[in-house]
Design a protein around this ligand. Structure first.
Ligand code: SAM
Length: 187
């Protein structure tokens, strides 16, 4: 079975937590990552990696001593991510609002970038607010929270959390086409 069909089957079973039926394209993955200076990355976090469509691109760019920490709640995707077996990859089966405590458990307190594919619009608002607040807290000053979405629904909310330090990008070569928000922590 191809990874696309596997993803589709998982999506049909879990529409309320996936928010899409197809993995992101390489064009969207590249657009998400294009402004990251990977030479300076030490710890990078990915929220909602799914079957690893963006994860693989992050790992290809990661410098030798850096670590990628992924948070995924779906059991099937979690198992698929474990199969990647990359020495710099840590996969945690936990919801994204646990970002701070899980990082602390691993001996880290901050991250320079958070790459998120979380379907914010279908996550209960109390949970998505906690995820965004905790993400802001664990980001280094000058670090970025990069999120894709298929609509502009969360633009205003992210603008509030990141004190207006946000820019908008768009990737047409994805199904569906997606907006990319780049939010910078400036304190
Ligand atoms: C739109 S899919 C994106 C998958 C992949 N990153 C891609 O771009 O193809 C969203 C992913 O977020 C995961 N997810 C949803 N809510 C989550 C949460 N609270 N914490 C961690 N992962 C979550 C889902 O299981 C799913 O794998």
């Amino acid at each position: 079975m191809t990874s696309r069909i596997k993803f589709f089957k998982e999506a049909v079973k879990n529409l309320k937590t996936l928010g899409t039926v197809t993995p992101s394209s390489r064009f969207l993955a590249n657009r998400m990552l294009k402004e990251i200076d990977f030479s300076k990355v030490e710890v990078l976090v990915e929220l909602g990696p799914g079957s690893g469509a963006i994860t693989k691109h992050i790992l290809n760019n990661l410098p030798p001593n850096a670590t990628l920490i992924c948070f995924e709640i779906n059991e099937t995707f979690y198992s698929q991510l474990l199969e990647i077996k990359h020495t710099q990859l840590i996969v945690i089966k936990s919801s994204a609002e646990k970002i701070e405590e899980e990082l602390n458990k691993l001996g880290f307190s901050k991250t320079c970038h958070i790459i998120s594919s979380l379907p914010l619009t279908i996550i209960p608002e109390v949970v998505s607010s906690e995820i965004l607040d905790k993400s802001f807290q664990v980001l280094e000053n000058g670090g970025t929270y990069i999120q894709f979405q298929y609509s502009l629904t969360y633009f205003k909310k992210l603008k509030t959390v990141f004190n207006k330090s946000i820019s908008l990008d768009f990737e047409p070569l994805n199904l569906p086409p997606a907006f990319v928000y780049r939010c910078k922590k400036v304190v």
